[in-house]
Write a protein that binds this ligand. Structure first.
Ligand SMILES: Cc1cc2nc3c(=O)[nH]c(=O)nc-3n(C[C@H](O)[C@H](O)[C@H](O)COP(=O)(O)OP(=O)(O)OC[C@H]3O[C@@H](n4cnc5c(N)ncnc54)[C@H](O)[C@@H]3O)c2cc1C
Length: 395
């Protein structure tokens, strides 16, 4: 206990001394966060924060020290998290490297792949994207057709990926390819790591209903990828894909744990609906719906905390992550819907002087939330997984 108290005091002192004051400002959007990568163009404070945190391995606090991680115990990592929250410090780095491919490589990567990629993920040098979905293969992902043909110590890739989030900003992609066309569909897939600068990779952004273009079509034409970039075994990529989806679904649900948001529901309701003279939101129906959302959120937060503790103790998220993904994304949609309703006509702004920036963001966040129940596997697919693999119901 004394050691942990000392760790807490040292951590607080170090954070106060080393965090640039601007890093204690809340993020206005995900785009403001540091995703790292060769193509990133971040303000000096963001880069300084990344540098000092990654030098201690605190961008990945519990990853092993030998690969550049912080090597912290579960309790120490929790203390770091708490002290950062007290000082309102934003994470120094986010992204698919930390949340998806890093954990998979630590579990299943070859020693060479770990040594090559994990330290670069910790330092935020490489930004990753996910090449799973194809035009004909979304929910039925195992039907994917991107072909990889062996040529000596390389594979030659041909095919198309779609909905590749941030592909135009990414440096590397983890990609699922078909290496055996004769085998049953789940048995002929391989999980590869591919440099996006390889000749033959072309990326085309797709514009979304929310007005932004975070994801892309990715075309692969005779792209050469070394065989040493296989994660796991050749033709056993499906088990890697599923293990990574466990991390992805937990990460998506984690994004919806309650945040200290300036537009929190209560503040919004007081402002747009008004108060009844006793400090309560004036409309009883709105009060009721807000209470339900906040109670459901509290249950989700507690469940998340339990699963996060298990993960820190070494239990990788399994099919249970589908429960978090399903509930977190459906709840976020309910919250966004309610926020827009509370704001009334001010919740339907797109641009122009009649709307404050926060109101325009409200509308765009609401539209963006529609995708939450699709990305990482749709709600229907999560329910199928829960039925079969968590509850053990028959097909
Ligand atoms: C915001 C966002 C980001 C994304 N980022 C990425 C990314 O970075 N990389 C990537 O590879 N992909 C990404 N995707 C793609 C995503 O994984 C797919 O959209 C998703 O898996 C669904 O596939 P689909 O769009 O082809 O829909 P389909 O599979 O065609 O499904 C259409 C409808 O049918 C339902 N359905 C299908 N099969 C069943 C079934 N067996 N039982 C019940 N209902 C069923 C679905 O639930 C859905 O409602 C992203 C998607 C979104 C929205």
């Amino acid at each position: 206990m004394a050691d942990l108290e000392k760790f807490r005091a040292d951590t607080r002192a170090w954070l106060k001394e080393n965090a640039p004051p601007s890093m204690a400002q809340p993020l206005k959007s995900d785009d403001e966060a540091c995703w790292g990568g060769r193509k990133g163009n971040y303000p000096p404070d963001v880069m300084r924060w990344l540098k000092v945190m990654s030098e201690r391995g605190w961008t990945a606090p519990m990853w092993p020290k030998e690969y550049g991680g912080g090597g912290l115990s579960k309790q120490e990592a929790k203390i770091l998290h708490e002290e950062m929250a007290k000082l309102h410090l934003r994470p120094a780095l986010i992204g698919f490297g930390l949340s998806m491919i890093g954990p998979l490589l630590l579990q299943h990567g070859s020693e060479d792949l770990k040594r090559e990629h994990i330290p670069r993920i910790v330092r935020g040098e490489i930004r990753w994207c996910q090449g799973y979905s194809e035009p004909g293969s979304g929910s039925d992902l195992a039907s994917l057709q991107t072909k990889a043909v062996r040529d000596g110590d390389h594979f030659i890739l041909n095919g198309q990926k779609v909905w590749t989030s941030y592909a135009e900003k990414a440096d590397w992609m983890f990609v699922l390819v078909r290496t055996d066309f004769e085998a049953p569909k789940h048995k002929g897939i391989t999980f590869l790591l591919m440099d996006m600068e390889s000749p033959g990779v072309a990326v085309k952004p797709i514009k979304l209903i929310s007005g932004s273009s975070p994801f892309c079509e990715t075309f692969l034409t005779d792209v050469r990828v070394p065989v040493t970039n296989v994660v796991g075994q050749i033709n056993d990529g499906w088990s890697m894909a599923k293990a990574l989806l466990g991390h992805e679904r937990t990460m998506i649900a984690d994004a919806f744990k309650e945040r200290d948001d300036a537009m929190r529901l209560l503040n919004m309701a007081r402002r747009y609906v008004g108060e009844d003279g006793e400090g309560r939101v004036a409309d009883a129906v709105v009060r009721d719906r807000m209470t339900q959302v906040e109670m459901d959120q509290a249950c989700l937060d507690l469940t998340m905390a339990r699963i996060r503790d298990n993960a820190k103790a070494g239990h990788a998220p399994g099919a249970e992550s589908s429960i978090l993904k399903y509930y977190g994304t459906e709840l976020n949609q309910r919250r966004r819907e309610l926020m827009v309703q509370i704001a009334g006509p001010q919740g339907l702004g797109w641009e122009g002087p009649g709307f404050e920036p926060a109101e325009i963001k409200l509308t765009r966040d609401w539209l963006r939330s529609r995708g939450n129940t699709i990305e990482g596997g749709t709600s229907e697919i999560q329910l199928n997984v829960i039925a079969k693999r968590v509850l053990g119901l028959p097909d």
